[in-house]
Design a protein around this ligand. Structure first.
Ligand code: ZN
Length: 155
């Protein structure tokens, strides 16, 4: 898969898909998956050029299991540059994400994680699939987002 050039706001970002997928596969090796035995790793490239990763972490209660993308989103925020004093945190978002199983092959994010990724990457976020990168808008059409909250909440 070739490198993709992606324009995010005013900056061009080169997306090295093989490297992104390799980082996801490496991170899958750190997964805690004693119940499903499905190790999953996720790697994301941010608009400011950082690489963030996450792996799935299962729990005996199952409902508390964290997908790899959950760890990735946490790492995105945890590694973001600190906002200026008094400013609200608005970290650089993701531009590309690769999620793989322990065998290194792409694995699509579950529905919950597509929603999580929308919040930090928007509908243009490129997601690695078995047939190549696809915008998140194709994987999560008619998505619910923050604008829906603003438009529909009681005043
Ligand atoms: Zn998930």
């Amino acid at each position: 898969m070739p490198v993709t050039r992606f324009c995010r706001s005013v900056a061009w970002v080169d997306i090295d898909w093989p490297a992104l997928r390799a980082a996801a596969a490496d991170t899958a090796g750190h997964a805690y998956a004693p119940y499903s035995r499905l190790r999953v790793g996720a790697a994301g490239l941010t608009s400011d050029g950082r690489l963030v990763t996450g792996c799935n972490v299962e729990n005996a209660s199952f409902g508390l299991t964290l997908c790899a993308e959950c760890g990735l989103v946490s790492a995105l925020h945890a590694t973001a540059p600190a906002p200026p004093a008094g400013a609200a945190a608005d970290p650089p978002g993701l531009v590309a994400v690769a999620v793989v199983a322990g065998d290194g092959a792409p694995l699509l994010p579950c529905g919950r994680c597509r929603q999580l990724l929308l919040e930090v990457g928007g509908p243009a976020l490129l997601v690695d699939t078995a047939s190549g990168p696809a915008p998140l808008a194709e994987l999560l059409p008619a998505a619910f987002g923050g604008a829906d909250l603003s438009a529909r909440r009681d005043s």
